[in-house]
Design a binder for this molecule. Structure first.
Ligand code: HEC
Length: 250
């Protein structure tokens, strides 16, 4: 019986390890986003509504929540982040959810797959994966959109940021220790940004996606620090009390 219990406990411990092993098979770059950097999040929000929302929604997020969290007034949100109209043809209200009017069926027909909602994508894919994904489009004439992606092979999404990044070519330079292709990109047509500027823009987008996946994360981490501090101080008080109560007991 004892043996059975220990085997079961061992198996239970193995589960998280097994699910980690199913992570990305490709090497991803560190995103190093800073979700406490409001300016970066504001830029990310601007890129998101301009370059992503034509196809993707963030249907669990409201515009005015972003405004509140990122220090923007309702008017600033209306003027800079809202480009859609509601079902009555009026400009979308600031308290509305971030939806678009692109029917899923049409989108699926155009791209092979409907663009998924992105509110929680940072929780699903991780920041590093997103950062690498948006920087890993390369020219591939065998694909319908003329591009492919090393992180997401045969992806249905076109290279929507091509005006900023330009187009790059992929070159396989060897194999890494795990047998995956080691690739290098070469910019064959430059965009409006330098590679460093483009990396920064992508970092802003990923920071925004990370914020959106858990808008409360900065506050949660702060509360965590206060709780640890409280527990630390309380431990000292509890210890002193214990000493006081037991001092006459021998
Ligand atoms: C022209 C339409 C279009 C635009 C614009 C667009 N996407 Fe996509 N995106 C797609 C489609 C279609 C897919 C599904 C691809 C697939 O599954 O093959 C997708 C998939 C994705 C995925 C993968 C989701 C997953 O977990 O499978 C991410 C992440 C993503 N898009 C991010 C973005 C970001 C960030 C932007 C803005 C910079 C953006 N997209 C703009 C069409 C678009």
């Amino acid at each position: 019986m004892k043996k059975l219990i220990s085997v079961m406990m061992f198996l239970a411990l193995m589960v998280p390890a097994a699910s980690f092993a199913a992570g990305p098979a490709v090497k991803v770059d560190k995103a190093n986003v800073d979700v406490t950097n409001t300016a970066s999040l504001q830029r990310g929000a601007r890129y998101f509504v301009n370059y992503c929302m034509g196809c993707h929604e963030a249907q669990y997020m409201r515009y005015n929540r972003i405004g509140r969290d990122l220090g923007l007034t309702d008017d600033q949100v209306r003027d800079n982040l809202i480009f859609t109209r509601d079902e009555f043809g009026d400009p979308t209200r600031v308290g509305a959810l971030m939806k678009n009017a692109y029917p899923k069926r049409d989108a699926a027909e155009a791209f092979g797959t409907a663009p998924p909602d992105l509110t929680l994508v940072a929780r699903v894919r991780g920041e590093d994966w997103l950062y690498t994904f948006l920087r890993s489009y390369y020219l591939d004439e065998n694909r319908p959109m003329g591009v492919n992606n090393t992180v997401f092979p045969n992806v249905g999404m076109p290279h929507v940021l091509w005006e900023l990044q330009g187009f790059q070519r992929k070159e396989v330079v060897g194999k890494d220790a795990r047998g995956h292709d080691e690739v290098r990109f070469e910019l064959v047509q430059s965009g409006s940004m330098s590679p460093a500027e483009y990396d920064k823009a992508v970092r802003d987008i990923v920071a925004f996606l990370s914020y959106m996946g858990e808008p409360i994360q900065t506050e949660r981490k702060m509360i965590g620090i206060w709780v640890m501090l409280f527990l630390f101080i309380f431990t000292i008080i509890a210890y002193l009390m214990k000493k006081e109560y037991w001092k006459d007991v021998h």
